[in-house]
Design a protein. Structure first.
Lengths: 117, 111
């Protein structure tokens, strides 16, 4: 149980284009979903927290107009990187917290490797 | 602001050795602490979660301890195997229920 999927697993795009990444909780409903970014040899940095049906809360330094987050349902959140640039190349990981999370646990997706040329 | 530090950044050991990974955090007002494993290019797998009121948790060959007052946690891996090779991340959950991650320890177990 508690499986989180991400799609795509890997994407390469040209500079200036937009890329959408999907995060789904497959066997549970998630009130809260989190988006993290991980640069090589570095740890995960929280980008934003989203609750179903409301606007996402972005961490300091994360541009909300560049990283659009939509938490449309209790099982789906999307992250859209708009007008992507090479510096946006990173590993993006989503995480989902179940409605009845024990100890506020959250479960992580397998990640999406974004490469912007 | 919570800061989480993991030492060492990388560790290489021969198969069969017991080893300890260290994690320290600056703000002791935590809700719980979690150890994760991350394989190259993959997401995170939760290994152990320790509540702030607990001192340790065990799962198989893994044992995690927590000393909240000193801001430290250790992950002990017994009888290491090549399959244990991965990056191990320590993460602290604060009062806002958000996770703050350390930078990880990259473990290589040599056959």
């Amino acid at each position: 149980g508690a499986v989180v999927s991400q799609h795509p697993s890997r994407v390469i795009c040209k500079s200036g284009t937009s890329v959408k990444i999907e995060c789904r909780s497959l066997d549970f409903q998630a009130t809260t979903m989190f988006w993290y970014r991980q640069f090589p040899k570095q740890s995960l940095m929280l980008m934003a927290t989203s609750n179903e049906g409301s606007k996402a809360t972005y961490e300091q330094g994360v541009e909300k107009d560049k990283f659009l987050i939509n938490h449309a349902s209790l099982t789906l959140s999307t992250l859209t990187v708009t007008s992507a640039h090479p510096e946006d190349s990173s590993f993006y990981i989503c995480s989902a917290r179940p409605l009845a999370a024990k100890y506020n646990e959250q479960f992580f997706g397998p990640g999406t490797r974004l490469t912007v040329l | 602001k919570q800061e989480v530090t993991q030492i060492p950044a990388a560790l290489s050991v021969p198969e069969g050795e017991n080893l300890v990974l260290n994690c320290s955090f600056t703000d002791s007002a935590i809700y719980n602490l979690q150890w994760f494993r991350q394989d190259p290019g993959k997401g995170l797998t939760s290994l152990l979660l320790i509540q702030s009121s607990q001192r340790e948790q065990t799962s198989g060959r893994l044992n995690a301890s927590l000393d909240k007052s000193s801001g430290r946690s250790t992950l002990y891996i017994a009888a290491s195997q090549p399959g244990d090779s991965a990056t191990y991340l320590c993460a602290v959950r604060g009062s806002a229920r958000q996770l703050t991650f350390g930078s990880g320890t990259q473990l290589t177990v040599l056959p």
